[in-house]
Design a protein around this ligand. Sequence first.
Ligand SMILES: NC(=O)c1ccc[n+]([C@@H]2O[C@H](COP(=O)([O-])OP(=O)(O)OC[C@H]3O[C@@H](n4cnc5c(N)ncnc54)[C@H](OP(=O)(O)O)[C@@H]3O)[C@@H](O)[C@H]2O)c1
Length: 324
Amino acid sequence: MGCGRIARKFAADLHYAADNELVAVGSRSREKAMAFAADFPVAHIHDSYEALAENKKVDVIYVATPHNLHFENTLLCLNNNKAVLCEKPFAMNLAEAAMMIKVAREKRLFLMEALWTKFLPHFIKTKEMVTSGEIGTIKSMLVNFGFRPMAPVPKRLFDPALGGGTIMDIGIYNIFMALSFLGKPDAIDAVMTPADTGVDEQCAVLFRYANGSLAQLFSTFSSDLATEADICGDKGRIRLTSRFYEPSASIEFYAGKMDSKKEVSFDKEAGVGYQYEARHVAECLKKGWTESPVMTHEDSLLLIETLDKVRKIAGIKYAQDDKG
Ligand SMILES: NC(=O)c1ccc[n+]([C@@H]2O[C@H](COP(=O)([O-])OP(=O)(O)OC[C@H]3O[C@@H](n4cnc5c(N)ncnc54)[C@H](OP(=O)(O)O)[C@@H]3O)[C@@H](O)[C@H]2O)c1
């Protein structure tokens, strides 16, 4: 649903995901849907999201529209009895996400946020290493994500009506990392610098935990950053090198001092990496599950609730926040 940049990458990766077949595409424009279908052949080409949602041949719809539409588009799919994989951020705020989950549960339909990093081998391995105590107790995390958008700059990155700003687009990955390894923060600090449109062009977030651990999270559209994540324990450190949220052939493991670096390597599959989450969705549907055991509804609710808190502290507001 929506024939933009990410939809094209996702469609290309379905080639590597057994049990997935691209059967239909839905766009606001017939021309765009036809152009998409020329690159990714499909049996059904729809010039409206409504028509796609009504298509009986479709099992699950991938919602790949701008953030502000995830709520309305997901509800459209669910109300037409379709399972949904919805891009991140799941919604504009907690109230929207909670409603999406409520409807999915009432209708016993599968619904998952497309937080693809959670399904990637290097992330899973990092989680295993941390859980088995290889770096000891996590004392801090340093995560950064930044790039200067290339011209023509996608409108959605800076337009408040489309949920623009770094925190919802890329800062979400930094927050996801901190939640994954340290859990829900006990206190949050956040500051942002606004772009001309008022959305956050840069956002610095600090999570504090009762045990003294800290997570320092930074996102920017002003500079090209390494986009790395350091998970630092009292016995060692793991570094997810550039770019931490994408599939990686290796991670760096420091068991002691700086010179103790060991590379932990992986086989890197062809494709961008969206096939991992696509395979998982197919598995869930085949098993008749309405919720992923990996990216749970609880995970999505905590993520969006934390984003809400960060935005409130940093002064990042969207029109949806004024709705009851
Ligand atoms: N998981 C990831 O790695 C990843 C990466 C990039 C983006 N994303 C997420 O995916 C979503 C889409 O991002 P994108 O980069 O693909 O955006 P995009 O290139 O702008 O595409 C979004 C598509 O949504 C549809 N759309 C409907 N109403 C629109 C409106 N008012 N303005 C613009 N487009 C509208 C359009 O498709 P039609 O004209 O065909 O209807 C458009 O092509 C975002 O929520 C983003 O956070 C995820």
